[in-house]
Design a protein around this ligand. Structure first.
Ligand SMILES: [Zn+2]
Length: 126
């Protein structure tokens, strides 16, 4: 198989290196709990993650998310929940803690996940 653009040339392309190993197709990645397509969101600066974004299910009807409210309340007496989150670099899923239904939603990256993102040069150097 010739490479259709996966590792051709530019390393460190901004955004979307969507290499999640999801049934080897280029379809949208969906939440296993509700089948809602996952959305990309920007990670907080100090999150400790290397990636610039992760994927998460922002469906408010998602059973995983809805159950989270009860569980968190019962266990920790906090009004919080979590959403299904997927690390696009590793394909590893983990809970994304949210404190309100709108939490993190302002970080969602709009639009289709394409590689053609205009990089606004906000590349912070360390
Ligand atoms: Zn879901």
């Amino acid at each position: 198989m010739s490479c259709p653009g996966r590792r051709c040339g530019a390393r460190g392309t901004p955004f979307l290196t969507l290499e999640v190993d999801v049934s080897s197709s280029s379809e949208a990645v969906c939440c296993p709990h509700c089948s809602h397509p996952l959305s990309a969101f920007r990670l907080p600066d100090n999150s400790g993650w290397q990636e610039e974004f992760h994927l998460a299910c922002f469906n408010d009807q998602c059973p995983y998310y809805r159950r989270g409210w009860d569980l968190m309340w019962e266990r920790y007496e906090v009004k919080a929940s979590y959403r299904y989150r997927l690390d696009p670099a590793t394909g590893v899923a983990s809970p994304l803690a949210v404190w309100s239904p709108d939490a993190i939603k302002d970080r969602i990256i709009d639009g289709e996940l394409t590689r053609d993102v205009e990089s606004t040069g906000d590349h912070e150097g360390e």
